[in-house]
Write a protein that binds this ligand. Structure first.
Ligand code: C2E
Ligand code: MG
Ligand code: MG
Ligand code: MG
Length: 274
């Protein structure tokens, strides 16, 4: 009957939200241990300068394969880490590894910039800028080899909290570069370009994926011109085909990143790709 069906769906809703809560607490518990044992690792995805064809930067992406719960993707991990505050621990770990790796490449004769992803919660820590600068110092990483990617969600919250922008400016003055990630997918892209100390925009992969459409081509072309007119470096994400790379190059995009160039790989494989 209708009544039974209604009852069922209420029951199953509460069952599934219960399961989600349960999953979250399991992930959180395992994550605490993984952080403690430094069991998270980093893959690096090359970014290629279209003019020279050379790898000039890499994006550091977190990877976690837990012995009990298996692989947890960043799309599941990051929101849970943001909610529980463990994102600060992930962020410090990633920063430390990225700096050490940038120094290792530099010593091997490759000046590669390393780009890390940051969540707004990390910048709510009043000591964030200070601790980033301390990590650079400790690892011997030059500030100009570090890039920090922020999302539009980050930007939205940073706008309301002046302390965050202040910390960004402190880091910018030291030579660290900020990139606006997933550009074009949020609500306030243009305002953030004006408000925040960013030097790079990363056109989101949803645009790259849709480049077969002429409308999207015109839109992406406009996004590239906008970035250039503001003296920003324009990166395209999610480049999977030669056609996409060709179009983006024609539009004047500076840097491309995506499976067509390389998937995220171990640091040793980056050295091989160079
Ligand atoms: P993102 O920063 O936009 O990173 C790009 C994502 O797209 C990565 O997914 C990458 O593996 C994937 N990707 C790159 N090229 C291609 C392509 O050609 N095709 C397709 N389909 N995908 C491509 P990943 O590593 O799963 O990370 C997902 C998101 O999780 C990242 O998006 C970033 O927002 C977040 N994230 C990853 N690592 C960290 C971290 O250490 N800290 C923080 N706060 N967030 C992170
Ligand atoms: Mg990113
Ligand atoms: Mg992105
Ligand atoms: Mg993304």
């Amino acid at each position: 009957s209708v009544r039974e069906a209604g009852g069922d769906s209420i029951l199953s809703l509460s069952k599934s939200s219960h399961a989600a809560l349960n999953r979250k607490s399991i992930v959180e518990k395992r994550l605490l241990q993984a952080l403690d044992q430094k069991n998270l690792h980093v893959l690096y995805q090359p970014q290629v300068d279209v003019k020279s064809g050379k790898i000039i930067a890499v994006e550091a992406l977190v990877r976690w394969d837990d012995e009990e719960i298996g692989v947890v993707s960043p799309d599941e991990l990051i929101p849970i880490a943001e909610e529980t505050g463990l994102i600060n621990n992930i962020g410090s770990l990633m920063l430390e590894r990225a700096c050490e790796q940038a120094v290792a490449w530099k010593n091997a004769g490759h000046e590669l910039k390393v780009s890390i992803n940051s969540s707004v919660r990390e910048f709510r820590d009043k000591n964030m800028a200070k601790s980033i600068l301390e990590t650079l110092e400790r690892t011997g990483c030059p500030a100009n080899l570090l890039q920090i990617e922020i999302t539009e969600k980050f930007a939205l919250e940073a706008e309301a909290e002046k302390g965050i922008i202040k910390q960004m400016r402190t880091l910018e003055n030291e030579g660290i570069v900020f990139a606006l990630d997933d550009f074009g997918t949020g609500y306030g892209s243009f305002r953030y370009m004006q408000l925040l100390p960013i030097s790079i925009v990363k056109i989101d992969q949803t645009f790259t994926r849709a480049l077969k459409s002429e409308k999207t081509q015109q839109l992406v072309n406009g996004m590239v011109q906008l970035g250039k007119s503001m003296n920003l470096t324009v990166v395209a994400e999610g480049v999977e085909t030669e056609d996409q790379q060709q179009l983006l190059t024609n539009f004047g995009c500076d840097i491309v990143q995506g499976y067509y160039i390389s998937k995220p790989v171990k640091s040793s494989e980056v050295s091989d790709l160079i």
